[in-house]
Design a protein around this ligand. Structure first.
Ligand SMILES: [Zn+2]
Ligand SMILES: [Zn+2]
Length: 88
């Protein structure tokens, strides 16, 4: 549900997240089509490309983070990897 303070998503944010969603999983490399995980709610430029397993799966960032430990990744590393995949 949209709260009173929630800002409408801009075209720039939307375009960026489109690239994130085509950049593959920053943790395990699966893809190319993945979710855009928000490190901070409402901050659309700091989103990370994550497959279902590394995102909402039981071993994902919203679960027990097993996939993240296996690949020795934290959110800031995954953000760097997402941006590298988009720009390199
Ligand atoms: Zn993954
Ligand atoms: Zn998420």
């Amino acid at each position: 549900m949209r709260t009173k303070n929630a800002k409408r998503i801009t075209s720039g944010e939307s375009a960026h997240m489109g690239k994130v969603k085509e950049s593959g999983c920053a943790v395990c490399g699966a893809g190319p089509y993945v979710d855009a995980h928000h490190i901070k709610q409402g901050a659309h430029f700091t989103t990370v490309g994550l497959c279902k397993q590394c995102h909402t799966g039981p071993m994902g960032i919203h679960g027990d983070k097993t996939m993240w430990r296996i690949h020795k990744m934290e959110e800031i590393d995954a953000l760097n990897e997402t941006l590298r995949r988009i720009y390199e």
